[in-house]
Every structure is written in C-alpha cells, then in structure tokens.
Design a protein. Structure first.
Length: 137
C-alpha cells in the first residue's frame, strides 16, 4: 500500500520517524522501491541515538538493518532526557521536511495524533490511511 502511494505521489524520498510497526513498514516499502530501481531515498528522523535501546532484541535488529540501508539518518535531540519532548521534536522535524504526510491513525489520542495536528496546522497536506488496510509483518 505504501509503495502505491509513494509511486502515485512521485516521491523522491520517504521520511520516517522509525517508530515500531507502521513507521518501519513504511521504511521497508521505501527500501523495496529502491531495490526495484526507483530513484527514491530513505531518510530517517530519529528523536535521539538511544531510541531503540529498550525495545525487544528482534526489533532492535530490524531497526539497525533499516538504518544500515538508509540514505540519511537525522538525530533531532542530543539526549533522551525528556522522551515525550524528544518524540514531539522528532515529529516537528519530520513535518518540516516533507511535502505531504502519509498518516496512519486509528483516531486514538497519541503521538500520531499530535503529529497530524502539527502537520495540519502548518499547512502540510495529509494522506490519510486506514490502519486496518496495512499489513504489519
């Protein structure tokens, strides 16, 4: 599904915050397009370097494998002193570099909701995706 959207939008880069689940599925979709010969870059916008350190080992391995193939890795904050603040700053940085935001959201209060609201308030067009249409692993 992400590949179809990226191709339809003629995206030259896919930017992701690399959260567990949908963000990483998106990243893998960008990498698949790249492997298929499309001229597209994978850009990651991470809140801080230790972002994945408390995740299960399997998730950390996938995270590292994706980062190893990324064209650009950005760290928004120097340390995770305030994780919520760092995550919001990551979202703001991500919104600041995209032309459109693909948003997979189920309507619940969350960081995704805050990111969507931030994008909307800054005039970034939204491409909403129903989370029930996504295959996550």
């Amino acid at each position: 599904m992400f590949k179809k959207v990226l191709l339809k939008e003629k995206a030259t880069a896919g930017v992701t915050g690399m959260a567990l689940g949908t963000d990483q599925v998106f990243a893998m979709s960008v990498l698949e397009l790249k492997e298929q010969g499309y001229d597209i870059k994978l850009v990651t916008m991470l809140p801080f370097k230790e972002y994945s350190c408390k995740w299960p080992m399997e998730s950390q391995i996938l995270f590292k494998n994706i980062l190893d193939k990324a064209d650009r890795i950005n760290y928004v904050c120097s340390s995770p002193l305030n994780v919520g603040y760092s995550l919001q700053k990551r979202n703001e940085a991500l919104v600041g570099v995209v032309r459109k935001l693909i948003c997979v959201w189920d309507g619940s209060p969350s960081g995704t909701k805050r990111c969507i609201e931030y994008a909307d308030s800054n005039g970034v067009p939204l491409i909403p995706v129903n989370p029930r249409t996504i295959e996550l692993f």
